[in-house]
Design a protein around this ligand. Structure first.
Ligand SMILES: C=CC1=C(C)c2cc3[nH]c(cc4nc(cc5[nH]c(cc1n2)c(C)c5CCC(=O)O)C(CCC(=O)O)=C4C)c(C)c3C=C
Ligand SMILES: [Fe+2]
Length: 408
């Protein structure tokens, strides 16, 4: 293992010169930008030098404002991996993630990200249901971590679904993200082997005149009605309750990962008004079809002159809104993906849907059941992969993610 003191570009040595503290989304999302005063070259931009702390009560990468890139990877335990080996892997992974998140080096030889700062790197770890069986810990599996039910219309690829361990790497720089996952990958050898990997992207910081809500590959403003840190029940919607069982999972969160291909040629065949009726929002501003701006509340009761609802009965926002789903809510933190062309020449592109919630039985599951039954968007998308994982709470320096499960 390398020496954390050998930080990239002397970045950590300059931590005392920290200037800017960016407003994060929740405890783990507070990021600090540090200036390079090593004299070894021009200072990093604030983009490169921004660091998101790995340690904390919550894991980073959940409420952290989305970075420009993600790499999601699932691993399965090797046949001989027992509890001790798995716990040791999580300690190695946590140590490496903490170092890299600070801009330090987690390995001696890999210089892929040598010139870059931490670039808001976050690494988030989560466990799949099968891990508990393989380790003889079925009695410690949370009741909510059941395989997701089959949904009408999905065409799932089992090889790219599920997994014992999920690693979510996010960063504002693709090289930093690659290096982080490559480092974790090497540390897994002998204990876990890769099952699947998916890469995604969002808008790069600075690409728009002002920060704005993400736009997906269908061109829609996507993410408007996510739970927000200021909401009274923000924590309760996202994080496992402090009274829930098992104790080790308290303060953690469940994440649903679905690779959803967009049928872009069919979508492009609709004119813009028709596309807007599918969602229930304007394509240019993201405002609801009942008027106002992006953040204006939709008026679901408003009707056209002919008596039909302005926001159609099967419009995506009406079908998914918490007010029509017994309050079911989730934090959607997805990324676009572009994997080239399919054999028939159509785009292999869409949404890496990543949704965090306190309990999938009150979040993703009922909403997806309803969507699959009659959503106007469903004819234009295909769910191709699926996974449900539980992310343990965060850890303090010296500890590791999942310690409560293995040592509690
Ligand atoms: C099961 C949950 C959901 C899936 C799957 C899903 C897929 C999906 N969504 C879009 C585009 C948009 N979704 C929007 C809102 C929205 N979507 C969900 C849930 C799922 N979406 C929720 C809970 C909401 C918020 C509802 C509300 O309270 O109004 C929007 C509107 C803008 C926004 O609020 O984000 C868009 C656009 C795509 C393209 C997609 C699959 C590829
Ligand atoms: Fe949606």
């Amino acid at each position: 293992m390398g020496n954390d003191g050998m930080s990239r570009r002397g970045l950590l040595g300059a931590a005392g010169a920290a200037g800017l503290v960016l407003g994060g989304a929740g405890g783990a999302g507070v990021a600090a930008a540090v200036a390079d005063s090593s004299g070894g070259g021009p200072a990093l931009t604030s983009l490169g030098s921004t660091a998101v702390p790995f340690h904390g009560a919550r894991q980073a990468g959940i409420t952290t404002p989305p970075q420009a890139r993600t790499v999601l990877a699932a691993y399965d335990l090797e046949p001989g991996a027992d509890r001790a080996k798995t716990a040791a892997l999580l300690r190695r992974w946590s140590d490496a993630a903490a170092r890299m998140s600070r801009g330090g080096r987690a390995d001696a030889d890999d210089q892929v990200a040598l010139d870059a700062g931490p670039s808001s790197l976050t690494v988030t770890f989560a466990f799949g249901s099968a891990l508990f069986d393989k380790l003889g810990m079925a009695d410690r599996r949370p009741a909510a971590l059941q395989p997701l039910p089959a949904f009408p219309g999905e065409e799932l690829d089992a090889a790219r679904s599920d997994g014992d361990l999920l690693v979510q790497v996010c960063a504002d720089d693709a090289l930093v993200g690659f290096h982080a996952l490559r480092t974790l990958h090497k540390l897994a050898r002998g204990t876990a082997r890769p099952r699947w990997r998916m890469a995604g992207f969002a808008r790069s910081p600075g690409a728009t005149a002002a920060p704005m809500t993400h736009r997906n590959l269908m061109g829609q403003v996507d993410g408007t009605k996510n739970p927000r840190p200021g909401d009274a029940d923000f924590e309760a919607k996202l994080f496992i309750a402090p009274t829930a069982d098992p104790v080790w999972a308290r303060g953690g969160s469940y994440v649903v990962v679905r690779r959803i291909r967009m049928l872009l040629d069919s979508w492009d065949g609709l004119d813009v008004p028709a596309q807007e009726r599918v969602i229930g929002r304007r394509k240019d501003t993201g405002a609801p079809l009942t008027g106002g701006a992006e953040r204006t509340e939709p008026d679901y009761g408003r009707r056209n002159g002919d008596g039909t609802p302005v926001i159609a009965a099967n419009a995506h926002i009406r079908v998914t809104a918490p007010e029509f789903n017994r309050g079911a809510a989730m934090l959607r933190r997805g990324y676009s993906y572009d994997d080239g062309f399919r054999p028939d020449g159509t785009a292999d592109a869409g949404l890496l849907f990543v949704a965090w919630q306190a309990d999938p039985r009150d979040g993703f599951v009922p909403v997806q059941q309803k969507l699959a039954r009659g959503d106007a968007l469903s004819p234009f998308i295909r769910h191709e992969t699926s996974g449900l994982f539980v992310a343990p709470p965060g850890c303090a320096p010296g500890g590791y993610v999942g310690q409560g499960l293995f040592e509690g």
